[in-house]
Structure formats: structure tokens, C-alpha cells
Write a protein that binds this ligand. Structure first.
Ligand SMILES: O=C(O)C[C@H]1C=CC(=O)O1
Length: 96
């Protein structure tokens, strides 16, 4: 199942830089593991914003929920999820 996810990050201004940097390092490792596994095939920075657009390819809503709530930055994110399915006009044969 494919999902388009927008993540907006809002780290509190009073969070010490070393704490923020440690969370960001864990976030990067968590994200890159999921990218290597194929469950997080795309991540793009939204120009000019501390936000990203991502595509997730997971087995269920529950798996996506588990992944998103496990993000080290989850407490500091606003997340919106859009489920995707194949478009009838798509010419690609590698989409389900
Ligand atoms: O920087 C971001 O967009 C937030 C977050 C999502 C993955 C990651 O490594 O950082």
C-alpha cells in the first residue's frame, strides 16, 4: 500500500541545540534504515520549509502508523497522510 506523507517539523525554540541534534541524528538513522528496507522509497525536502514529502510502501495502515509514531521527531511534527492507488491512465507497469 502506497501513502503520500507530508511531515512538518516544529522543534521548540527553547530546546537546547545538543538535544535537538541528537534527536535529528536518530531520526536520520531511523529514516535511512527504512529507506534501505524499501518501506520509505522517496523523501523530498519542500523548498524553503522544514518539511518533507515522502512516499511510504507498507503492508497496512497499522504499519504506517507504527513507523510514523516511531519517528524520533514525531513529538515535534505535524503529519498528514494521503492513501494512494494506481491511476487508470498510468502507463507505468511497476505500480500496484
Ligand atoms: O528533516 C525532515 O524532513 C524530518 C525528518 C524526516 C526524515 C529525516 O531524516 O528527518
Amino acid at each position: 500500500m502506497l501513502f503520500h506523507v507530508r511531515m512538518d517539523v516544529q522543534i521548540p525554540a527553547d530546546m537546547p541545540a545538543d538535544v535537538a541534534n541528537e534527536i535529528k541524528a536518530r531520526e536520520k538513522a531511523y529514516s535511512q534504515n527504512l529507506q534501505r528496507s524499501g518501506k520509505w522509497p522517496h523523501i523530498w525536502r519542500i523548498v524553503g520549509e522544514y518539511a518533507n514529502y515522502s512516499i511510504f510502501d507498507v503492508a497496512s495502515n497499522a504499519e504506517l502508523h507504527e513507523i510514523l509514531t516511531g519517528l524520533p521527531l514525531f513529538p515535534y511534527m505535524k503529519i498528514s497522510v494521503t492513501p494512494l492507488c494506481r491511476h487508470p491512465s498510468s502507463i507505468r507497469d511497476d505500480e500496484s
